[in-house]
Design a protein around this ligand. Sequence first.
Ligand code: ZN
Length: 278
Amino acid sequence: MKICFNQATTMKKSNLEMDLILSEKIGYDLIEIRLDKLRDYLRTHTVGDLADFFKTSRLRPFAFNALEGIIFRDGTAYGQIKEDLKFLCEVGDQINCKKIVVVPSFDIGDYTKTEIKDESVRVLRDLGAFAEKYNTKLAYEFVGYPNCAVNTFGQAYEIVKAVDRDNVGLVLDCFHFHAMGSRLQDLKAADPDRIFIFHIDDAEDLPIGALRDDKRLWPGEGAIDLDAILSTLRDIGYHEMASVELFRPEYWEWDIEEAIRVGKEKTEEVVGEYFPIG
Ligand code: ZN
């Protein structure tokens, strides 16, 4: 399993340049780049600078996070999503980063699961056809909040299966999986090739529907049954990467290098019980 750093973990005080240097120094294999951090970086750097960094590093870019709220949007908002998609595809082309996380919408009202599925399939086919021109994949990330239109693994899996495109899959985030009570049996029945990205984290012990991102904890320090998720991933044959993704305000106050180092240690400790690291 390759170990990946997700920039959300140091979101408040760090920036892309610092996350790159420190992730390389600490020995991560991969990094997930946030769209907002990329835009900040490009105020004082060029995409060429970013490409140059990766030419001399061991660290590789794995995915961009994220295009948010992609379903049930009006023309203007959807146009902006397509603009952002084009931007990420073009940057990705220059740095060889070929995956983009896409996120469903929140607070959409009374749409049924069938309507949400149909709309997700329509949008993911449209965005997926565009991304394919750049040989780029889209990973749909269900969010374990009650007000997210797609909030369980089973629901998201059914959607990406119906999309039926090789370049559209999903993100499995342990926090989101746990937070709305996704079923292990759905993960057991999944084709590992449809899991494009694996986010690892842990959480405080709150009831179903009550968890929010600020309650995330380092892997192994919370209530999520990571053993069940990791052993299931091993059983179904997923072994590509694990990306440590925290959104905990407390950790945002830490020394940046310390947070990036601890993220790697905690992830390796938990993942290493089930997979060889690297
Ligand atoms: Zn995630």
